[in-house]
Design a binder for this molecule. Structure first.
Ligand code: G3H
Length: 543
C-alpha cells in the first residue's frame, strides 16, 4: 500500500476523473473499436445486425460534467447466430469422431503451446483494454495477463502428466488400460472482474482434453477478446473454438435449451448459473464447472496481532475495490479488540490511493458495473437505518459512478450487508463476543468459499480448524482470502462453487476416465500392446 495520503478523496466526484489532456498518451484508449466479426467454424462471420455499445467505467470529463466513455461496439447476435456457433462446435466434435477429440493430449498440447507463443504478442493491447474495460490498475492488469500465461503453462504441464503413466492392470481376469476422454461441447463463460484469466481457466483445460467450445466473453472485458479470434482461427481446426457475442437471454438460453451443451464452465453469479443449468432439458447429461459468489469472513480473535490483521483485512476487503469473489466481505472482530482494530484499519485506509488505472500505486478505481454504486448505496442506507454508522470521514459520500471506500460499524444480522455479497468497497465490521456468533453467520450464509482467521495462539485455533475446513474450501491463517497460488485447489461449498477451479481439477472435470478392457490372455495383451503404440489410438497414456 502506498504511504501517500489520498488527497483526492475529499474532492467532488467530477474532480476525481481526468480530463482528456491529463491521460498520458501511451495509456489513452485509442480509436473506437467497432467489431462486427465473430468466430464460427474457423471463419470470421460479419454480423449485419445491431451492435452493442461498450462503455468504460472511466467516464469522459467535460467541464464540470462527466459522460459515458464509448470504447467500441460488438455484435449483438441473435438466437440463430448463436445456435449456428453451437452447431459448428458439435460438428467439430462429431460425437467424438472429430479431428480434435481424436488428436491425443500431446498433439493438442502442441497446438495450445503455439497459441501461448502468439498470445504473448497481444499483451500490450489486452492490458490496455483490461484497464479501460474494467478500470483495473495497470499493475493488476499486467498481473492478470501474466498469471493467465502462467496458468496456461501449468495446465499444459498437468495435461502432459495425464499423457503418461498408463499401466496395464490385470485384475479378476480382466486386462485394462485407463485414459481420459473429452466431455463434448463446452460452453465457456468468464466473469467481468477477471475476464481473461477466468475465461482461460476453463477454456484451456477444455481444449487440452479434446472438447470443442462455444465461448461468450463477459459484458465488461469483451473487446479484449478481439485479438484472440485470429489466433484461434489460424491455429485450431474449424469449429473447435467459436466465439459469440450478445445478451445472455438471447444467445445463452437457446444454447442451453437445445440440450446440445455437454458441459457448462461458468464463473459468475449463482443466480445466472442456476438459470443456465435449469434451462438444459436433460440436466443429468450436463457437466458443470462453476466459480460463483462468496461472502468470505475475516475473524479477528482475542490476542491477534491487530496491526497485521488490519493490514491484511484492508487488502482483502479493498484490493480492486473489493470486486473479487475472494474479497473479505465481512469482518468479525472480537469485542475486546474491536476498538483498537478499527483504529489500525482507519489509519491504513488513509494511505489507500484512489485514482485512475495508469497511476502508480492505486487500489481504488471506478467500479466496473454501472449499477453497482446505487446497489452499494442501498445496502449502506439499510445498514444506517438499522443502527450502523459510517466510520471514515469520506465514507458514503460518493455520487454517480464514484463510491468511496466506506467502513460500516456495528453491523448486525438484521442488515442486508450481513448476508448480501456487496462486491464493492463497502466494509462491514461486526463486533462478536462468542465464537457461536461466527458459526451462526457461517450456517446462515448462502456461500462457503474461504475464511481468514487472525490469531497467534495455537490453543485458540486448534478446535476451530477441523470444523471450518468442513464448512469452507480454504482456511487462511493471519492472511487475507485469495485464490493463489494457482496450483492450490480453488473451490468452495454451498452457492460458491461447483467443482474445483485449478488446472488439474478442471482438466479432470472436463474429461472423464475411460477404460479399454479385455479378458486377460496372451492374445489380448498383444492386442493391447499394439493399440497402445498405435498412432490412431491416442487416448491411452504412454507407459
Ligand atoms: O473473483 C474471484 C477470483 O478468482 C479471485 O482471485 O483471489 O486472485 O483475486 P484472486
Amino acid at each position: 500500500m502506498s504511504s501517500e495520503t489520498n488527497q483526492k478523496s475529499c474532492a467532488t466526484p467530477v474532480e476525481l476523473f481526468p480530463r482528456e489532456q491529463d491521460i498520458p498518451t501511451n495509456w489513452r484508449p485509442g480509436p473506437l473499436r467497432e467489431q462486427r466479426e465473430y468466430l464460427v467454424n474457423g471463419f470470421f462471420r460479419v454480423w449485419p445486425g445491431a451492435l452493442t455499445e461498450v462503455f468504460s467505467p472511466i467516464p469522459v470529463r467535460r467541464e464540470e460534467r462527466f459522460e459515458p466513455r464509448l470504447l467500441g461496439r460488438v455484435p449483438n447476435l441473435d438466437r440463430t447466430a448463436a445456435l449456428d456457433a453451437l452447431a459448428a462446435a458439435r460438428t467439430a466434435y462429431d460425437r467424438g469422431r472429430g479431428d480434435w477429440p481424436t488428436l491425443g493430449i500431446v498433439q493438442r498440447a502442441a497446438v495450445v503451446q503455439a497459441f501461448a507463443r502468439r498470445l504473448v504478442s497481444c499483451r500490450a493491447e489486452i492490458v490496455l483494454l483490461l484497464m479501460w474495460e474494467t478500470a483495473k490498475s495497470r499493475a493488476e492488469a499486467e498481473a492478470e495477463f501474466d498469471r493467465t500465461l502462467r496458468n496456461l503453462n501449468e495446465a499444459l504441464e498437468e495435461a502432459q502428466s495425464l499423457a503418461t503413466g498408463g499401466e496395464v492392470a490385470v485384475r479378476e481376469g480382466i486386462n485394462a488400460r485407463c485414459g481420459r476422454a473429452p466431455r463434448g461441447v463446452v460452453l465457456c463463460l468468464g466473469p467481468c472482474n477477471h475476464p481473461l484469466n477466468e475465461t482461460f481457466a476453463t477454456l484451456i483445460p477444455a481444449l487440452l482434453m479434446g472438447n470443442t467450445v462455444v465461448l461468450k466473453p463477459p459484458r465488461h472485458g469483451v473487446l479484449l477478446f478481439r485479438p484472440l479470434l485470429a489466433l484461434w482461427r489460424d491455429l485450431l481446426p474449424p469449429g473447435v473454438v467459436n466465439v459469440i457475442y450478445g445478451e445472455g437471454d438471447e444467445v445463452l438460453l437457446p444454447l442451453m435449451r437445445s440440450g446440445d451443451v455437454d458441459a457448462l464452465a461458468f464463473i459468475g453469479s449463482p443466480q445466472v448459473g442456476q438459470v443456465l443449468v435449469q434451462a438444459h432439458p436433460r440436466p443429468l447429461r450436463l457437466k458443470t464447472v462453476m466459480g460463483l459468489g462468496a461472502k468470505n469472513a475475516a475473524v479477528v480473535l482475542p490476542g491477534a496481532d491487530l496491526e497485521q490483521a488490519a493490514r491484511e483485512c484492508l487488502l482483502g476487503a479493498l484490493a480492486f475495490n473489493g470486486q473479487r469473489c475472494t474479497a473479505l466481505k465481512i469482518l468479525f472482530v472480537h469485542r475486546d479488540e474491536v476498538s483498537r482494530f478499527i483504529d489500525f484499519f482507519l489509519r491504513g485506509l488513509r494511505g489507500v490511493r484512489w485514482g485512475m488505472p495508469w497511476q502508480q500505486g492505486v487500489w481504488l478505481t471506478p467500479l466496473i458495473e454501472p449499477h453497482r454504486p446505487a446497489y452499494l448505496r442501498d445496502l449502506l442506507a439499510d445498514a444506517l437505518r438499522e443502527g450502523a454508522h459510517i466510520l471514515n470521514t469520506d465514507g458514503g459520500a460518493g455520487s454517480g459512478p464514484w463510491f468511496p471506500p466506506t467502513v460500516v460499524y456495528p453491523v448486525t444480522s438484521a442488515m442486508r450487508l450481513w448476508r448480501e455479497e456487496q462486491f464493492g468497497p463497502l466494509v462491514p465490521i461486526v463486533s462478536f463476543e462468542d465464537w457461536a456468533e461466527v458459526e451462526s453467520y457461517l450456517d446462515q450464509c448462502d456461500y462457503a468459499q474461504q475464511i481468514s482467521l487472525f490469531c497467534q495462539d495455537a490453543a485458540q485455533l486448534e478446535p476451530l480448524v477441523d470444523p471450518l475446513v468442513n464448512q469452507v474450501g480454504r482456511v487462511n491463517l493471519n492472511c487475507k482470502c485469495q485464490r493463489g497460488p494457482d496450483n492450490l485447489p480453488f473451490g468452495g461449498r454451498k452457492d460458491s462453487a461447483v467443482e474445483t477451479l485449478s488446472a488439474r481439477e478442471v482438466l479432470n472435470a472436463l474429461s472423464l476416465p475411460v477404460v479399454l478392457a479385455a479378458r486377460d490372455s496372451a492374445e489380448s495383451r498383444r492386442l493391447m500392446d499394439n493399440l497402445s503404440v498405435s498412432d490412431r489410438c491416442r487416448f491411452l497414456p504412454e507407459n
